[in-house]
Design a protein. Structure first.
Length: 459
């Protein structure tokens, strides 16, 4: 009897132990389930908040609010858009994204002091709230919840799938895009005044074309992994300047001046309307054709995606990429050359080049002069007449007034999508020393109204 009682006691103790373990397991599982439920709730709330931010931004855009307006513009870590990030500045104290660098467009909205369409405090500044022990800006609140969302609206950039992604990088407009994106990355690298210390190098920009898949880039993550060596820092530096969907103008003409005519002596104006000054796809012709890849009869018309001027005017690296190295042919009449006998009259002049030079070693080249003037410009730039007025008033380098005007006309010809060719226009008041056919090195056109897709990021 005693032995049996002892055995039963052991069994009871064992059962109680099992029950205790099971109870502990049930409690742990209940706690984990509760945490999982809370996490699912937070994820759902975050998605609702982000969706609210997207819908809010769409409503504002539909109502005509300009995300590039000073009172609505995204500033990232630059709270007041004053560029102040001294050791004791408010921005420096609150930043967490790439500490030591004042990130504006590159800063994600989750860490921004100044989101797009920001809520304002009593003084009209971006309203701030504590998030994770740091102050952050917000675009709005979820009604009745007291939870904030922040958005970033991107309105322009370089179309990374321009030209023909399936064609060689050095062919046709692909080579133009490669040059522009290389200059863009170089300018981003040099923003701190040094070379090689930035997150991206010139080669990174060129890789966006060199390593581009035949089907084109599908999104920023693919660019990061295939062209930028998996570097998120490089993607963050370039992403504010890139778009993956854009309207392409397939009606703009391809310049067809021949570089071999430089130095050619011109005795009458009819010569510059004739071959060999212009040649279309290997044949003498003054008749313009569209941008094609390959540049040959039957090549596919690829056109060029314009860049929003209002966006470019707020991004110096973008302006430098569009302006650097532009070159065109013009008739230099500043020094007529005596014609050889038996010609009784002197010649009109020689065919020379006008160029917008970007020289990082120089103190004030034409490229940075134009870019800085555009950044500071407060006048009207909503018509091509206003653009012409801006160009005509821009101080550029040159030995003679004719050479300076040729550079101004070069700017007009490159960025205006309308051809306005001298060869077919008898109106002297519309004459330009360089027209769109005369471009030896070109980039792409400006659009005076926003026409590109807008990307909205919300958190």
């Amino acid at each position: 009897m005693t032995r049996r009682s002892g055995l039963i006691l052991l069994v009871v103790i064992g059962v109680l132990g099992v029950l205790a373990v099971m109870a502990a397991a049930f409690v742990t599982m209940a706690q984990l389930e509760r945490k999982a439920s809370q996490q699912r709730l937070h994820v759902t709330q975050a998605l609702l908040l982000a969706r609210s931010g997207v819908e809010d931004a769409l409503a504002r855009l539909s109502a005509g609010q300009d995300p590039q307006d000073e009172a609505s513009r995204y500033g990232g870590e630059d709270w007041l858009l004053d560029g102040d990030q001294g050791p004791g500045s408010f921005d420096r104290q609150q930043e967490v994204y790439h500490p030591g660098t004042l990130d504006t467009e590159a800063c994600p909205p989750a860490q921004a002091l100044r989101p797009s369409f920001y809520k304002r405090d009593a003084l009209g500044r971006p309203e701030l709230a504590s998030v994770g022990g740091r102050l952050r800006g917000s675009t709005g609140l979820l009604s009745g919840e007291g939870k904030a969302y922040a958005v970033r609206v991107r309105c322009g950039g370089f179309y990374v799938n321009g030209g023909d992604p399936s064609a060689p990088p050095a062919q046709g407009y692909n080579a133009v895009l490669k040059r522009m994106l290389g200059t863009l990355a170089d300018a981003v690298d040099r923003e701190d005044g040094t070379v090689g210390n930035g997150p991206v190098l010139k080669a990174d920009g060129e890789n966006l074309v060199t390593l581009r898949p035949a089907a084109g880039w599908q999104g920023p993550e693919q660019v990061r992994d295939r062209a930028l060596g998996g570097s998120q820092a490089k993607l963050d530096a370039l992403a504010p300047y890139l778009v993956f969907r854009a309207w392409v103008d397939r009606r703009v003409i391809a310049p067809n001046v021949s570089g071999g005519v430089l130095g050619m002596v011109v005795t009458h104006y009819a010569q510059i309307k004739q071959a060999p000054v212009h040649a279309t796809y290997g044949g003498p012709s003054i008749t313009p054709d569209f941008e094609r890849i390959p540049p040959a009869p039957g090549g596919a018309v690829v056109g060029r995606a314009p860049v929003d001027l209002s966006w470019a005017r707020r991004h110096r690296p973008a302006l430098l990429a569009l302006l650097a190295g532009l070159k065109g042919v013009y008739l230099d009449e500043s020094t007529p050359i005596p014609a050889p006998p038996p010609a009784p009259n002197p010649t009109l002049g020689t065919l020379s080049t006008a160029e917008i030079v970007l020289d990082w070693a120089a103190a004030g080249d034409d490229c940075r002069t134009v870019a800085d003037r555009l950044l500071a410009w407060t006048g009207d730039l909503t018509t091509w007449q206003a653009w012409n007025t801006f160009c005509n008033g821009t101080p550029l380098t040159g030995g003679t007034p004719e050479q300076i005007q040729a550079k101004r006309d070069l700017l007009k010809a490159n960025f205006n999508p309308n051809s306005d060719l001298n060869k077919f226009n008898p109106n002297l008041s519309s004459w330009k020393t360089v027209d769109k056919q005369d471009l030896l090195v070109y980039s792409t056109e400006f659009s005076l109204l926003p026409i590109q897709d807008r990307r909205i990021d919300a958190v």
